[in-house]
Write a protein that binds this ligand. Structure first.
Ligand code: DX5
Ligand code: ZN
Length: 220
């Protein structure tokens, strides 16, 4: 399977979101939407009204990364706003069984996120509930941080576990990804590469997606 590229909306120009998204829509696979509440992380981003407005402008699959203290309460409103998948930090719900069930009930795909300090073991009993496992390669909260290479071992562990157990979850990596480290993430087993600054921070985001894709798939 070719790598999937997920631009992170956090690095887009918030005054021109629809234009930013429509420009890259033809060349990407999904849209990564970082929802932050100013509590689980110190930063505050966007929520349902913006997601709803964007939904009306694009058919892209919305991968909503919930960096919030109370994610389950957002599932129904997010589904109504047009989200497709929600990911919940395992640090927020160490037993995410109820969260997974609530996401399904809301009609959402479901995934779990590991912050850099959290070991893969934390999610092992719950991977079978997931459509996606997100391994963070920066500490959650801000775009434009430096990639933490130590998380690559966790991507490898996730890949091995999913394959050996015959599970279907995609493995996504998020934070500080650029054409230099994308091949490492891909070689470790990532299916989905999130990139904010490396795409929307580039004067030509479409060309930037092409460089990321070529770098990642060159590692196969
Ligand atoms: C960080 C977010 C990331 C971030 C990625 O908390 O989860 O999705 O936007 O941005 P870059 O690629 O700039 O690190
Ligand atoms: Zn994210």
């Amino acid at each position: 399977m070719p790598v999937k590229i997920a631009p992170s909306l956090l690095a887009a120009d918030f005054a021109h979101l629809a234009d930013e998204v429509s420009r890259i829509e033809p060349v990407v696979d999904l849209l990564h939407v970082d929802v932050m509440d100013g509590h689980f992380v110190p930063n505050l981003t966007f929520g349902m009204p913006i997601i709803r407005s964007l939904r009306a402008t694009t058919d892209l699959y919305f991968d909503c990364h919930l960096m919030v203290s109370n994610p389950i309460s957002l599932f129904d409103p997010l589904a109504q706003a047009g989200a497709n998948l929600v990911t919940v930090h395992i640090e927020v719900h160490p037993d995410p069984t109820r969260a997974a069930a609530a996401a399904r009930k809301a009609g959402l795909d479901f995934g779990l996120v590991l912050s850099p300090a959290t070991p893969f073991d934390a999610v092992v009993p719950y991977v079978e509930l997931c459509d996606l496992i997100l391994v963070m390669s920066v500490n959650p909260g801000f775009g434009g941080q430096v990639f933490i290479p130590e998380v690559l071992g966790k991507v490898e562990a996730a890949r091995k576990f999913v394959d050996s157990e015959g599970l279907h979850a995609d493995i996504e990596i998020d934070g500080g990804i650029d054409p230099d480290n994308a091949p490492l993430a891909r070689a470790a087993g990532a299916d989905v590469i999130v990139a904010g600054t490396a795409i929307f921070g580039d004067p030509d985001p479409v060309a930037a997606v092409g460089r990321l894709r070529a770098a990642a798939d060159g590692a196969e």
